[in-house]
Design a protein around this ligand. Structure first.
Ligand code: ATP
Ligand code: MG
Length: 596
């Protein structure tokens, strides 16, 4: 049914060099095809050390092996506090602090496999606690600190939280109201406690416990299949799901950090994602540390001036961010960049949502470098499809499968069979051959839902895409978001990308609105750039642009202006909410909706 759809915007392929020509730093992956054909996950595991006592543990690979070697004094984390404080943690220091925390958990009697939750902003204690918990073989679950009490309660109850590390303020505001509904919670540890917080009964002092604990800790043998992480999905399409990951996920984190993000030992790397989302853990904690780089952690929220200053002052060389942030920077134009010098910046990457071609081109205008889009999900644990330094970037494409990842475009039939659609340009569901190390091992307490993700020997991603004749993958939309109009299937991404080409448009979200004749018609919601005001003339102009680029069938029939579009807290446009609001239907699970 999805076959034979061709892109309405097919033009000559635009390509941008994936890497600055003649750059002194040579990319880790220089020949994509050759590297891919010689790659195996077993061999990739050889890049890691393994535990002295046997097995594989994330924290050992992330900090201990560097701490014990030549990189012990190298800065692992550079923490930038909201108020201007800067704190550096060397690999040796991070190793010692996480040892202390592992000892704390042992003294508290927290067993291997029990779940340790962290509800905090991007503070150093979060990183110490996560690493220490992995050393204790506990399962780490980081929650986004801006969640309200109910989403926190639901996620803690689902994961049967044993321990919670949080701050006094978050504890009072978000945990106390639901504490009696968390019978499994045995210990609450408060980080950053001060005298003004007064007495908080039942809660322990993180700093004090850490001070009193020993600095040495031997990690017990860890089976690579031992669970290590519990991550909830973004809830873009419905109720968030709890994906379980195991210690050997670190093999994917390490390899993709090296091959996709091109991490070199002397890099200053900045992943802007919060560890409450999988990107902020896989690439905000694990991958940079296993690769031995210096990782920037900024406690503050998005602010264009601050971000540019961080890039400049800390000489960031590799920057991993998200389309929403890029679009916000684009919205402000190039003026905030005037006078900034960013000679160290070498590589830009983006994940989380489709990256519109306009955003890739803007990277070249603003930084002289394209953004390298890559695709993955909470479920995949690590980057699966990516633009690599060795390959030209085709703006609007997610790139090619990571070495070791077998991807395909498939049709999943009602009878359960799966057919591979190998013709270039054919749209279908993006599927991956299971077996990579960071693949999720289950949805917590949702066996049936997990089982349904697999058919015919494939993991079905729920996203629609197509592959071109050169093997590049192009995102079409989520299965739930695709629009059926007059016998055509339209992916919202293509329409949104064309709307974004219009000089007035900052953000666009496109849905299918039920229609008695066409089944659905394309409706767009648009937020404008600074300096533009909504009005009929502008609406007509945007529509005319869309019709010219997309043709009358695909172009939106209706456009509504909005101040900004509803997004998840991880920055994804919630099209299901635009649709529900348009149709006056219940909004469904909005626990991850960003407050506006
Ligand atoms: P839920 O599954 O709860 O609805 P979610 O799918 O948004 O939420 P995540 O796991 O955080 O939760 O996001 C993964 C999804 O994000 C992908 O399946 C895809 O739809 C989208 N995505 C991520 N990166 C890209 C990208 N580079 N291009 C297009 N889409 C992307
Ligand atoms: Mg999903």
């Amino acid at each position: 049914m999805l076959e034979a759809e061709t892109s309405a915007t097919t033009t000559a392929v635009e390509a941008i060099a994936g890497y600055p020509v003649g750059h002194a730093v040579v990319p880790n992956l220089r020949d994509y095809s050759a590297f891919r054909s010689g790659f195996s996950w077993d061999a990739a595991r050889g890049d890691l050390e393994g535990l002295p006592g046997g097995g594989l543990n994330i924290a050992h690979e992330a900090v201990d092996r560097h701490a014990a070697g030549k990189r012990g004094e190298h800065t692992a984390l550079r923490w930038l506090g909201k108020n201007g404080t800067i704190q550096d943690f060397s690999y040796a220091k991070l190793s010692a602090l996480s040892n202390r925390f592992a000892n704390v958990l042992q003294h508290l009697g927290v067993a291997a496999g029990e779940r340790v939750y962290i509800l905090a902003g991007r503070i150093p204690e979060l990183y110490i606690a996560a690493l220490g918990a992995w050393k204790n073989r506990s399962v780490v679950c980081t929650l986004f600190s801006a969640f309200g009490p109910e989403p926190i309660r639901a996620r803690m109850a689902l994961g049967d939280a044993r321990v919670l590390i949080t701050t006094p303020a978050l504890y009072q505001r978000k945990i106390v109201p639901v504490l009696d509904q968390l019978p499994g919670l045995r210990h609450v540890l408060l980080a950053g406690r001060s005298d003004t917080d007064g007495d908080i009964p039942g809660a322990l002092d993180f700093a004090q416990l850490l001070r009193e604990a020993g600095e040495h800790f031997g990690i017990a043998p860890t089976d690579p299949e031992d669970p290590a992480l519990l991550h909830f999905t973004s809830g873009t399409t419905g109720t968030p799901k709890g994906a379980v990951h195991v210690h050997q996920a670190v093999v994917t984190h390490h390899a993709t950090g090296k091959l996709v993000l091109d991490l070199h030992a002397d890099d200053i790397f900045w992943c802007t994602a919060d560890p409450g989302w999988v990107t902020g853990t896989s690439y905000g904690i694990i991958a940079p540390l296993t690769n031995g780089v210096t990782s920037i952690v900024d406690e503050a929220d998005f602010d264009a001036e601050r971000w540019y200053q961080i890039l400049e002052q800390h000489r960031v060389s590799v920057w991993y961010t998200a389309p929403t942030a890029i679009r916000m920077l684009m919205k402000m134009g190039l003026a905030p960049l005037a006078g900034r010098k960013l000679p160290a910046l070498r590589y830009l990457a983006s994940v989380g949502e489709p990256l519109n071609p306009e955003a890739v081109r803007w990277g070249v205008k603003a930084f002289g470098l394209p953004f390298h889009d890559n695709w993955w999900q909470t479920e995949t644990g690590g980057i699966m499809i990516a633009n690599f330094p060795a390959l030209d970037v085709r703006p609007g494409s997610m790139g090619k499968p990571v070495p070791g990842i077998d991807a395909a475009i498939v049709r999943h039939n009602a009878d359960g069979s799966v057919i591979q659609l190998d013709e270039p340009g054919v749209e279908g569901e993006l599927a991956l051959r299971p077996g990579w190390p960071s693949m999720f091992r289950g949805y917590l307490n949702e066996e049936e839902r997990y089982r349904k993700c697999f058919a015919g020997g494939w993991y079905l991603t729920g996203d629609l895409a197509r592959r071109d004749a050169d093997g590049y993958y192009w995102f079409v939309g989520r299965k739930d978001d695709v629009i059926k109009t007059s016998g055509h299937l339209i992916g919202p991404f293509e329409v949104e990308s064309v709307l974004l080409e219009h000089p007035a448009v900052a953000e666009a979200g496109v849905i299918g609105k039920p229609d008695p004749v066409a089944l659905e018609v394309v409706k767009a919601f648009v937020a404008l750039k600074t300096g533009y005001a909504p009005g009929d003339a502008l609406k007509k102009d945007i529509m005319a642009h869309a019709r010219k680029r997309l043709g009358a069938v695909v172009a939106p029939k209706e456009i509504d202006f909005q101040q900004s579009l509803p997004k998840t807290r991880s920055g994804k446009i919630m099209r299901r909410l635009l649709k529900a609001r348009e149709l006056g239907l219940p909004e469904g699970d909005v626990s991850t909706l960003e407050s506006m």
